[in-house]
Structures are given as structure tokens and as C-alpha cells.
Design a protein around this ligand. Structure first.
Ligand SMILES: [Zn+2]
Length: 107
């Protein structure tokens, strides 16, 4: 993913609107590119900070951002894994169905 594309998606990332493939590409880029990381930090601080202005409780947004990146990545990987399992399951069903069909012909 290019810097330009990543920076366009920062807002969607913060709002959890990216799909798993986009999330992973986004996070991978963020991990390697200090410029985009900086952009993400700033935007996260602004968006989340504004939502919390009323909150008197001290908050550690930098850490929250790290947590968010981590959770987001885990979720994306999880979703990817689930779709792979679904795919394998369909293949499995097709094999089983094929086996039964062939049994019908050989009996
Ligand atoms: Zn970048």
C-alpha cells in the first residue's frame, strides 16, 4: 500500500471501517513507515481526544492506539482464518459428496 492510500484510509481505520485485507495492509505499512504512523497518531489523538474532552479521567491515547492496532490486526487475521476454514469446509463437503455419488455408481 502506498503512503497516499494509507493516509486516505486513516479515518476509516480509526472508525473500524476497513475490511480485513485492508486492515492488514494498512497496519503493515504503519509499522514500517514513520510518516504514516505519525499521521495516524495525530489523527487518532484528535478524533479520540475530541470525543473524550468531557472525560476527566486521565487517558493514555498513545497506548490506546497501540492496543487498537494490535486488536485490529488480530481481528483481521481471525476473519481471514475463518474465511479460509469456511473455504476448506466447502472443499471437504464437495469431496464427501463426490465420494457418496461415486459410491452410488460402484454399488
Ligand atoms: Zn507511508
Amino acid at each position: 500500500m502506498e503512503c497516499k492510500e494509507v493516509q486516505k484510509k486513516i479515518h476509516s481505520f480509526i472508525e473500524d471501517e476497513l475490511d480485513s485485507k485492508e486492515s492488514l495492509a494498512f497496519i503493515e505499512h504503519i509499522r514500517k513507515c514513520p510518516n504514516c504512523k505519525e499521521e495516524l497518531s495525530i489523527e487518532f489523538l484528535v478524533i479520540t481526544g475530541l470525543q473524550r474532552l468531557d472525560d476527566a479521567e486521565a487517558f493514555d491515547l498513545q497506548r490506546e492506539l497501540e492496543d487498537k492496532i494490535k486488536t485490529n490486526k488480530e481481528n483481521a487475521l481471525q476473519r481471514k482464518k475463518m474465511s479460509r476454514i469456511g473455504f476448506l469446509f466447502i472443499i471437504f463437503l464437495a469431496v464427501v459428496a463426490g465420494y457418496y455419488v461415486s459410491m452410488l455408481f460402484y454399488v
